[in-house]
Design a protein around this ligand. Structure first.
Ligand SMILES: *Cc1c(COP(=O)(O)O)cnc(C)c1O
Length: 413
């Protein structure tokens, strides 16, 4: 890559990433390459690619040119070292942890997690991996949970649905001082609002399904290695992968033991959708965050709404923290309706706001949390996460703000 492109702004760099990588025929978009297999004029080259002695493609489960172009884009967005794509965000988290952890290891995770990540981490307990769930809004809680076996700390930036903000910078300093992997799920903020590398993250997860793809039309996940973690210190790297550039040891093990062997590979068609969607990330994200701020302020002053959770409100417990960390406080907010209002009646009354799961779509989506995405975890764990039965999570989209405010106004009548 020319240093010229790397010096450009976020959007310029992303828009020109494919082209500057000298794609075939001078195209501006990396083509959708559907070939699963690859060949070389000299069969020696095929062997060299398999042995990692030459760069190249061998089989579509491990690498694909369209997917590689997307990896390259996200690496630039996150200002990381290298990225590995997966079929979904969950596949990125699961494959990375599977490749890196061993029985007897301990990890510390935020207690406020995307529901399926919570479920996944509980499954790792069945394989002898100890998990402590702590409130990551305070670094002291992470520090108190450390044991000699702690290998990794996992947190999201803004948690869903209650919008707790993690003490990202201080946790990063703690992990660095202890030589522990710091894995940050940046899905809620996206690399436009926040770059976890700046607080010392070792590994960054982005569900591309959400803001980066941004249109609710393709699933994908990305794991970015920032290059900040010293893999030499990590005891679980197999001897086989302890060679070459030490900064790539972790990624090599994740690509072999995670991506290749588990096989949750991102398809080229999805990669293309996600790459095109990513081109407008800052435009969409800014607009959605501005809409969320207006809607949150409206809801906070409405008598039929009991409570509003949004880091952009001065009443939010981590409002100042969010201001220091993020460009804007995101576009996810939740509301507790007054007890005399039925959350299903309210949802059915909405017109332009859609009752649906997913988030990070261009459209505003609303979901009754306890009855859907957090149903399986049970009432007790929901209560510990601050999730009540009348809570609605909103993924605010890019509609005209007056239409959103009017829709809320009429549905609350
Ligand atoms: C959606 C989401 C995931 C999982 O991503 P998928 O692409 O749906 O698998 C992980 N973390 C967070 C914070 C999410 O919102």
């Amino acid at each position: 890559m020319s240093s010229k492109s790397d010096a450009s702004g976020f959007t310029t760099t992303n828009l020109h990433a494919d082209r500057r990588d000298h794609p075939e025929h001078g195209v501006l978009h990396k083509p959708v390459h559907t070939s699963v297999a690859f060949t070389y004029d000299d069969a020696h080259d095929l062997a060299a690619v398999f042995q990692g002695k030459k760069p190249g493609y061998n089989y579509g489960r491990q690498q694909n040119p369209t997917v590689n172009a997307l990896q390259n884009r996200i690496t630039k967005m996150e200002q990381g070292l290298t990225s590995t794509a997966f079929a979904t965000g969950m596949a990125a988290i699961g494959s990375a942890l599977f490749a890196l952890l061993r029985p007897g290891d301990h990890i510390i995770s935020s207690a406020f997690l995307f529901g399926n990540t919570n479920s996944l981490l509980n499954s790792f307990r069945n394989f002898g991996i100890d998990v402590s769930f702590v409130d990551t809004t305070r670094v002291e809680n992470v520090e108190a949970a450390l044991t000699p076996a702690t290998r990794l700390v996992f947190t999201e930036t803004i948690a869903n649905p209650v919008t707790q903000v993690a003490d990202l910078k201080l946790i990063g300093q703690l992990c660095a001082s202890k030589g522990i992997i710091y894995m940050v799920d940046n899905t809620m903020t996206s690399p436009w609002l926040f770059r976890p590398a700046q607080v010392g993250a070792s590994l960054i997860v982005n569900s591309l399904t959400k803001y980066i793809g941004g249109h609710g039309n393709a699933l994908g996940g990305m794991l970015t290695d920032t290059g900040l973690y010293d893999w030499e210190k990590f005891p679980n790297i197999l001897d086989l992968y302890r060679q070459g550039d030490v900064r790539l040891w972790g990624t090599t093990q994740i690509r072999k033991k995670g991506l290749r062997d588990f096989g949750a590979t991102l398809g080229p068609e999805a990669a293309h959708h996600l790459a095109v969607g990513s081109e407008t990330l800052p435009l969409r994200m800014d607009r959605a965050a501005d809409n969320a701020q207006r809607l949150a302020e409206f809801c906070e002053s409405h008598p039929r709404i009991k409570k509003v959770y949004y880091p952009g409100l001065t009443t939010h417990p981590q409002h100042q923290l969010a201001r220091t960390l993020f460009r804007k406080p995101g576009a996810i907010m939740s509301i507790d309706l007054q007890d005399d209002l039925d959350c299903f009646d309210f949802l059915n009354q909405l017109d332009c706001v859609i009752a649906s799961s997913n988030l990070g779509d261009t459209r505003t989506l609303a979901i009754p949390v306890a009855h859907t995405i957090f149903y399986e975890m049970g009432a007790e764990r929901r209560a510990s996460m601050g999730i009540g039965d009348n809570m609605i999570r909103l993924s605010v989209g890019i509609e005209d703000i007056d239409d959103l405010l009017n829709d809320f106004e009429q549905a609350l009548k």
